[in-house]
Design a protein. Sequence first.
Length: 279
Amino acid sequence: MVEMDAHSLREAVRKRYAETARSTAGGATGGCCGTQPREDELPVVGGCCCGTAVDVRGLGKILGYSDEELSAAPVGANLGLGCGNPQAIANLKPGETVLDLGCGAGFDCFLAARQVGESGRVIGVDMTPEMLSRARENARKGGYTNVEFRLGEIEHLPVADESVDVIISNCVINLSPEKEQVFREAFRVLRPGGRLAVADMVSLAPLPPEVREDLALYAGCLAGAATVDELRVMLAEAGFVDIVIRPKDSDQLLEAWGAGESLQNQVFSAYIEARKPIK
């Protein structure tokens, strides 16, 4: 791949996930790989990497979701595009306002809505209109009144300053070519004492050019992975404290995605936590 600028990378990602939203709309389950399941199979999608078709419920268990969580959201909300379960580290409380960066069809938003209750609020932001259409339809089907979805880029959030208690995100920040700006925006919209709880792909060391310059791997949540040290620096420079980056077992996930052995030795899924200091 010829080196691309931030706009070109973002548009490539937008196109990829618009195709995913369209291919799984109306009960279709081809996902971004276009793989059609047998009639007796659960819905399948290609995973974030789109290497192979996978059972989204089975993948959900690999990511750390319980059977209860996987059954709680409206059918069609879980597209199997994550790399962890941000609910596991978010420690959400009733009445809190939660922001989901790159909400997709709304799966994590709907789970968060159960945790914060009617006195709380969940905002999902996504840059793909097709995904937002899916999310809004899922909210209507599920009768959610404390969830809203906004069109926007995570580098330029359509959210007011210091209006959010918790930010969650699931395998999305790696897709941004401007991660420093993502963390600056996250810091801006969080209230003092607010928390960041993210599942994302991380690399052991800087990825080689042949990986970083592969557009399919970039849109597939692999080539854009930052290193642990890079993430720590970006978070600290944005103003965050109490930064914790905790690897999780990723072998089954990467195998489900169809990632090659060399990539399995270079990238992994991790939970990323941080806090905005109280003034």
